[in-house]
Design a protein around this ligand. Structure first.
Ligand SMILES: [Zn+2]
Ligand SMILES: [Zn+2]
Length: 168
């Protein structure tokens, strides 16, 4: 009788061991699935960031849709253009906006104006960090606060340096 009881104990023990094992298997496969998801997400982000960062020199200004801002502060979306566009709200000449990043100050929104160079390509001419205050761009766009060279914020939006000639 006793040994039968013992057998019952053993069986129950085996059963709970099997349950533990299957729980472990479930945890392992869940962790595995999470790792696979993380890897997929990371590689998707790399592919995505590579595909949206088109070198400015190879990109037509007219292929990019940007936010434009007029002197009165109206904003509208339109394709990039070396020439200034009229604001659809007040008819005033407007400027393209661009996003830069300062290594010390983070995101720095700006307005930009273009000029045509000798070859007919568009180049960054002037940049504004405050409404109505424009500064000429020589080689690099620098931070209005610390003078550090700003880099374009890489999110598919246009943020040029003077050296980037783009096709209008
Ligand atoms: Zn306006
Ligand atoms: Zn700065």
């Amino acid at each position: 009788m006793d040994h039968l009881k013992n057998l019952g104990h053993i069986k129950r023990g085996e059963r709970s061991l099997a349950r533990q094992r299957s729980r472990l298997t479930a945890i392992y496969s869940f962790v595995g699935a999470v790792i696979v998801c993380v890897v997929l997400l990371a590689s998707w982000r790399i592919v995505r960031s590579q595909s949206t960062v088109v070198p400015a020199g190879q990109r037509r200004l007219s292929e990019v849709t940007l936010t434009w801002r007029c002197p009165q502060g109206h904003e509208f979306e339109d394709i990039g253009s070396a020439a200034r566009l009229k604001c659809p709200h007040c008819e005033k000449l407007s400027d393209m906006t661009a996003d830069y990043v300062c290594p010390q100050h983070g995101d720095i929104p700006a307005s930009i104006r273009m000029r045509r160079d000798e070859s007919g390509r568009a180049r960054l001419d002037r940049v504004s960090f405050r409404p109505g205050v424009w500064r000429p761009v020589r080689n690099v766009v620098s931070c209005p606060d610390c003078g550090s060279a700003l880099r374009p914020k890489q999110e598919g939006r246009l943020a040029l340096q003077e050296s980037d000639a783009v096709t209008p």
